[in-house]
Design a binder for this molecule. Structure first.
Ligand SMILES: Cc1cc2nc3c(=O)[nH]c(=O)nc-3n(C[C@H](O)[C@H](O)[C@H](O)COP(=O)(O)O)c2cc1C
Length: 207
C-alpha cells in the first residue's frame, strides 16, 4: 500500500474479526517499523506491551470501558511513555552519534546535559509531556505500519490508566497515552463514511 493510500483509507475500525490471529512475527515486523519513529534527541521514550492472549485481552477489555474491540482485535498494543528514557538512553544515543560521525566527544559531553535542560527533572510536567509527545508519534507510526502489513487499527484512550498499570505491571511514574487495537476487519462490518473534518483553512494559516 502506498503512503497516500495508507493515509486516505485509514479508519478507526470498531469491528474486528475475532477469529483472526496475528503471528508473533507480524507483531515484531510492526514494532520494527515503528521503532524508526523520530524522537526528541533520539531518546525513544516508549515501551510496548503487545496483548495477544485471550485471557489478557479479557483483562484489558475490563480496564477499557468494556470496549468489545479490545477482545475482538488480534492484538492490542499498550503504548507506554517512559520518563526514565532521558537517563536510560542518553549514553546509547551519544555513543552512536560519536561512532557514526554526527559529533565529536566534546560535543557529546555537552549534549549529555541537554535532556534535563530541555525536559526538566524526573517528576516534572515537562518530562511527562516529552515522553507522551514522543510515544504518540510512535503510536501513529505503529498504526500506519500495521496497515502496510494488511491490518486495520483503532486507537483508544477510553481506559482506566491506573487499572491498566496495575494489571500489566507498569510502574507508577510512566504514562499510557493510548491503546492501539490491531486486527482484520470483520467481514460483516460496514464502515460508515468518514465523519466531519475541519477544513484546512479553519485550522491553519500560511504566514
Ligand atoms: C488518542 C485517540 C483516542 C481514541 N479513543 C477512542 C476510544 O477509546 N474509543 C473509540 O471508540 N474511539 C476512540 N478513538 C477514535 C476516534 O473516535 C476516531 O479516530 C475519530 O472519530 C475519527 O475517525 P477515523 O479514525 O475513522 O477517521 C480515539 C482516537 C484517538 C486518536
Amino acid at each position: 500500500m502506498d503512503a497516500l493510500e495508507n493515509i486516505k483509507s485509514r479508519r478507526s475500525v470498531n469491528y474486528f474479526d475475532p477469529s483472526q490471529e496475528i503471528s508473533d512475527e507480524d507483531i515484531k515486523k510492526i514494532l520494527e517499523l515503528s521503532a524508526l519513529t523520530p524522537s526528541s534527541l533520539n531518546l525513544q521514550p516508549w515501551e510496548i506491551i503487545a496483548v495477544k492472549s485471550s485471557d489478557k485481552k479479557k483483562i484489558l477489555r475490563k480496564c477499557a470501558m468494556d470496549q468489545a474491540k479490545v477482545e475482538e482485535a488480534s492484538v492490542v498494543f499498550i503504548v507506554i511513555a517512559d520518563i526514565n528514557a532521558c537517563e536510560r538512553n542518553i549514553d546509547s544515543v551519544l555513543k552512536s552519534w560519536v561512532e557514526l560521525g554526527y559529533m565529536d566527544v566534546k560535543t557529546a559531553v555537552f549534549y549529555k546535559t541537554l535532556p534535563q535542560k530541555l525536559y526538566g527533572e524526573f517528576s516534572s510536567q515537562k518530562r511527562k509531556i516529552f515522553a507522551v509527545k514522543n510515544a504518540s508519534f510512535f503510536a501513529m507510526t505503529l498504526m500506519y505500519a500495521a496497515r502496510t502489513l494488511g491490518y486495520e487499527t483503532h486507537p483508544m484512550d477510553g481506559f482506566d490508566e491506573d487499572a491498566v498499570k496495575k494489571e500489566f505491571g507498569i510502574s507508577e511514574e510512566k504514562t499510557i497515552p493510548v491503546l492501539i487495537a490491531v486486527g482484520k476487519l470483520s467481514p460483516s462490518a460496514k464502515l460508515l463514511p468518514r465523519a466531519w473534518r475541519k477544513s484546512v483553512k479553519d485550522f491553519s494559516k500560511i504566514v
